[in-house]
Design a binder for this molecule. Structure first.
Ligand SMILES: Nc1ncnc2c1ncn2[C@@H]1O[C@H](COP(=O)(O)OP(=O)(O)O)[C@@H](O)[C@H]1O
Ligand SMILES: [Mg+2]
Length: 331
């Protein structure tokens, strides 16, 4: 449905998107995940024909967005990061304006589609109030409604839940899921739990590069080798190595001296449950009559992958703080 090929964007000397290639199939929800400044908005603006690329191409259902912009753009509904709402208008006036701009002239079809998108986005009761008087959640729905006009096959939403309160966030997420039943949806977010909750596929980007593209489940699986168990014992290092050597599925082992002449061992596993590894370690130590003074599990999750991938080069602290904070308040 959408094919990005070697897309690169430079703003002056600054590289915002770097050699980005991926293909999006129809009928799925894609989460475009990345920290602030990763290049999400730039990519979406290029995909929707709102911004030129420095290099590379974008095809929508086979139509090149730069060579056949009219045909390609007809297939896409876009809600940019800053929705171009006219605050003095009512949603109805605004949608009529957008519908006409999208070529839906001749009353009946425009009226039918307006009724349809108003119902689908649940803005019926606000349709005759000024947009300036609407809550941010309603404004966002109006933005989504305009994207739906013209029956595009693909809906692209740039950070649709930013700035909303928790209830509005849930409502918009539900709306995105619903749209996913009839459209190909790509939405961006810097909040991992949100992407995981809604989408079928995660496109993870950092510093303008694609760092992962898979289902949430597969990404978690891929990272199972990051499951880690730490144990502290008074056994000798050789004994620890021997005992752990009898356990399968250990992918990595490091030993370090701990206080009081003890040893801490950090053990990584590709077992899907790090607790399963704990159990095996406990049994092995007990059978050998060795004492475990401490045994703790650190289970990898998508959060870890994301932080790791996004932070291969250091990120500005503000980005990390925001990401962690959002995760904490979300879950
Ligand atoms: N109009 C612009 N001029 C110069 N630099 C820009 C412009 N828009 C974005 N950038 C830079 O490009 C990078 C990617 O930005 P953006 O696509 O907005 O990321 P995201 O949407 O993931 O937060 C950032 O470093 C940003 O500062
Ligand atoms: Mg953005």
């Amino acid at each position: 449905m959408i094919e990005l090929s070697h897309l690169t964007k430079r703003y002056g000397g600054q590289l915002a998107v770097s050699d980005l290639s991926f293909t999006v199939d129809s009928g799925q929800i894609y989460g475009f995940l990345g920290p602030n400044g990763a290049g999400k908005s730039t990519t979406m603006n290029i995909m929707t024909g709102c911004l030129s690329a420095t290099e590379g191409s974008v095809r929508i259902d086979g139509h090149d967005i730069f060579e056949e912009p009219e045909r390609a753009k007809k297939l896409i509904g876009y809600l940019p990061e800053q929705p171009p709402l006219y605050l003095n208008e009512t949603p109805e006036e605004y949608l009529r304006f957008v519908g006409e701009a999208k070529g839906l002239r001749g009353g009946a079809e425009l009226a039918r589609q307006m009724d349809g998108v108003i119902a689908q986005t649940g803005i019926g009761e606000a349709a005759h109030r000024r947009i300036s008087a609407l809550s941010k959640g309603y404004k966002q729905r109006v933005g989504i409604a305009q994207a739906l006009l013209g029956s595009p096959k693909v809906i692209i939403l740039d950070e649709p839940t930013v700035g909303l309160d928790p209830i509005q966030i849930i409502e918009i997420r539900d709306l995105i899921k619903e749209l996913g039943q009839t459209h190909t949806v790509i939405f961006s977010s810097h909040i991992l739990s949100e992407v995981r909750a809604i989408c079928d596929q995660i496109l993870m980007i950092a510093k303008g590069r694609l760092v992962a593209f898979d289902t949430p489940e597969n990404l978690e699986k891929h990272l199972l080798s990051h499951n880690e168990v730490a144990l502290t014992t008074d056994a000798a290092a050789d004994e620890i190595r021997a005992l752990l050597g009898t356990i399968d599925h250990i992918t990595d082992l490091t030993l370090e001296a701990a206080e009081g002449g003890l040893v801490t061992a950090r053990v990584k596993t590709d077992l899907s449950s790090a607790f399963d590894l704990s159990r095996r370690i406990f049994s092995a130590f007990a059978a050998a009559g060795e004492t475990l003074l401490e045994l703790t599990v650190k289970k990898a999750n998508l959060e870890d992958i994301f932080l790791e991938l996004a932070e291969e080069e250091p990120q500005p602290p503000a980005v990390e703080a925001e990401l962690v904070e959002s995760e904490v308040t979300e879950e």
